[in-house]
Design a protein around this ligand. Structure first.
Ligand code: SAH
Ligand code: SF4
Length: 381
């Protein structure tokens, strides 16, 4: 049996591992023992699992592997942010980003190769979509980063995980949920519930499902205070408009002490950054327990949007901050290595052929610019 045919145990949370052991006539507690080797000792070689019998180790190695993704490249920003490009087979690669900030260390994890939701201001969306990541590929990102950072139960370099890398995590629900479990399991990475955040552009039924299945934090990418504007930025809004989205957000925090939704709002020059947008936003969110996180737009090649001017950001912030809603401006990190929000693009084959269309469009623009400049060269000054 080749390695690729074996089941990758990074893909199984504790409940699934217990089932697996019990089904093969082993004791349930073996699941916790195995997880301690993998997630606390970073041991992936079954032959080193000294509290398992020799014959059991051999049996495990026959059927299973514990295999992280391959690191293609690692870049470190001047501000300490680290970005890994990870191979995901078949010409695909995705990105994972670590952002240190004082005692906090946040890992931004990808959930899909690309994204099919096509928000107009997002580099991942512009690249198109290839496929969902498996649970093993999602957890593999956390495991690799934790190992590289020397994370341990006593030296907690990794304190937070945000599902804000490439992809829409709630569109890949079945693979994301077990990953969220392993992140928060004491035998896994042992992260506090509220320090694991799922960021969504607003898949309403899956928000309700997540509310039933996992006690994690939720961030919602809002970006506009009304449907007309949001439709132009987040196409998913046409399916799940703001009113049902906010109703799902309220259900998500209902009955959870101190729980608040984080609303993300990317500030784009002249598009959604006027004072009336800020006032409408504050009014809209006044009945939802929440925080507002303002993200200055991060430009990327081929996209026409510009980052809001500093005065516009300050003005927008001041209006939000004057309301009872706690508001923050996200510091742009890892700018020099294109690791900031919305800049993650990885390398992959787009199955939707969207990137091809965009490339074609860019080419046409470039060609017309070229012909215009040659024209201007021909014209007398
Ligand atoms: N698909 C999920 C999570 C990944 S995107 C979501 O949309 O929420 C993570 C965050 O980055 C989202 O809030 C998204 O709106 C924001 N973002 C995307 N492109 C951006 C850009 N170019 N500049 C700033 N923020 C961006
Ligand atoms: Fe997908 Fe999120 Fe980018 Fe929208 S912002 S295209 S949902 S990754």
């Amino acid at each position: 049996m080749s390695g690729s045919e074996k089941i990758n145990l990074f893909g199984l949370d504790k409940a699934a591992l217990e089932k697996l052991f019990v089904a093969s006539g082993e004791q349930k507690f073996r699941a916790a023992q195995l997880m301690k080797w993998v997630y606390h000792q970073f041991q992936t070689d079954f032959s080193q699992f000294t509290n398992f019998s020799k014959s059991h180790r051999v049996r495990l190695a026959e059927k299973f592997v514990i295999q992280p993704p391959e690191i293609v490249a690692r870049q470190e920003s001047t501000d300490g942010t680290i970005k890994w490009l990870l191979r995901m087979g078949e010409g695909n690669a995705i990105e994972t980003v670590f952002i240190p900030e004082g005692k906090r260390g946040t890992l931004c994890v990808s959930s899909q190769v690309g994204c099919s939701l096509n928000c107009t201001f997002c580099a991942t969306g512009a690249q198109g979509f290839n496929r969902h990541l498996s649970t093993a590929e999602i957890i593999g990102q956390v495991w690799l980063a934790a190992r590289e950072l020397g994370h341990s139960t006593t030296n907690r370099r990794l304190t937070n995980v945000v599902m804000m890398g490439m992809g829409e995590p709630l569109a890949n629900y079945d693979n994301v949920l077990p990953a969220l479990n392993i992140m928060r399991d004491d035998f896994g990475f042992g992260l506090a519930n509220k320090r694991v955040t799922v960021s969504t552009s607003g898949l309403v039924p899956q928000i309700d499902q997540l509310n039933r299945d996992a006690d994690v934090s939720l961030a919602v990418s809002l970006h506009a205070p009304n449907d007309a504007l949001r439709n132009t930025l987040v196409p998913l809004n046409k399916k799940y408009p703001i009113a049902p989205l906010l109703a799902a957000c309220k259900r998500f925090v209902e009955g959870k002490r101190k729980a608040r939704i984080t609303f993300e709002y990317t500030l784009i020059d002249g598009v959604n950054d006027r004072p009336e947008h800020a006032r409408a936003l504050v009014k809209l969110l006044s009945h939802v327990p929440c925080k507002i996180n303002l993200i200055p737009f991060n430009p990327f090649p081929g996209n026409p949007f510009r980052r809001s001017r500093p005065e516009a950001i300050e003005r927008f912030y001041a209006i939000c901050a004057a309301s009872p809603i706690v508001t923050t401006i996200r510091k742009t990190r890892g700018d020099d290595i294109a690791a900031a929000c919305g800049q993650l693009a990885g390398e992959f084959i787009d199955r939707t052929r969207r990137s091809l269309t965009i490339r074609k469009r860019q080419q046409t623009v470039a060609e017309s610019a070229e012909s215009q400049s040659s024209l201007s060269r021909e014209l007398p000054a």
